[in-house]
Design a protein around this ligand. Structure first.
Ligand code: ZN
Length: 157
C-alpha cells in the first residue's frame, strides 16, 4: 500500500498554555507516515485528518519525548570539557553525529559540571494546535530514503 506525506502547521504549548515552539508562518513541516519523523503520539492523531482540518492534539509525555530518565544525568570533570567558560543552561551536542543527544548543563562547581541528556521536553505533556496542509502520495525516492522531501521535509545538500 502506498504511503502518504502529510504537511501541517502547528503551535506547540505545554499544559500551562505557554508556547514552546511553532512552525514558521507559511512553511508547514512534513513527514512520511510510518517513518518516525515526528513523535508517535502526534503522528497517530494526524494520520486520518484532511487538508484544512484544525485539531487540538494532546500528547502524553510517554508518547512525546519520553519520561525523564535520571540515568541520563552525568557528572563530568571540568578538565574533560573543551572550554572553561561553562554555565548553567548551556546546551551542546554530545558528539559529532547529527543524532547525538543534546546535553544541558544543570550544575557547575569548581571541579565538576552536571550535564543532563534528557530531551528538554522529556516529562512534558504536550498540546499541539494543528492545521493540516497538503497530503500527497510519497514518491518512490521518499520511500527509499525513509523521509519526506521538499518544502518542510528533508533537504539533501
Ligand atoms: Zn532523502
Amino acid at each position: 500500500m502506498s504511503k502518504q506525506v502529510f504537511c501541517f502547521f502547528y503551535v506547540l504549548k505545554n499544559t500551562a498554555g505557554e508556547v514552546i515552539d511553532q512552525s514558521d508562518e507559511g512553511s508547514p513541516i512534513s513527514f512520511l507516515e510510518g517513518a518516525g519523523q515526528i513523535i508517535p503520539g502526534l503522528e497517530r492523531q494526524i494520520v486520518g485528518l484532511k487538508k484544512g482540518d484544525k485539531k487540538t492534539v494532546n500528547v502524553a509525555a510517554s508518547e512525546a519525548y519520553g519520561e525523564r530518565d535520571d540515568s541520563l544525568i552525568a557528572k563530568v570533570e571540568r578538565s574533560q570539557l573543551p572550554t572553561d567558560s561553562v554555565k548553567v543552561g548551556d546546551v551542546f551536542r554530545g558528539g559529532p553525529d547529527e543524532d547525538a543527544p543534546i546535553l544541558t548543563v544543570t550544575e557547575v562547581t569548581a571541579t565538576h559540571v552536571v550535564v543532563d541528556a534528557n530531551h528538554p521536553l522529556a516529562g512534558e505533556d504536550l498540546v499541539f494546535s494543528i492545521e493540516m496542509g497538503d497530503i500527497r502520495s510519497a514518491t518512490a525516492e521518499e520511500l527509499t530514503h525513509g523521509h519526506a522531501h521538499g518544502p518542510g521535509g528533508h533537504h539533501h545538500h
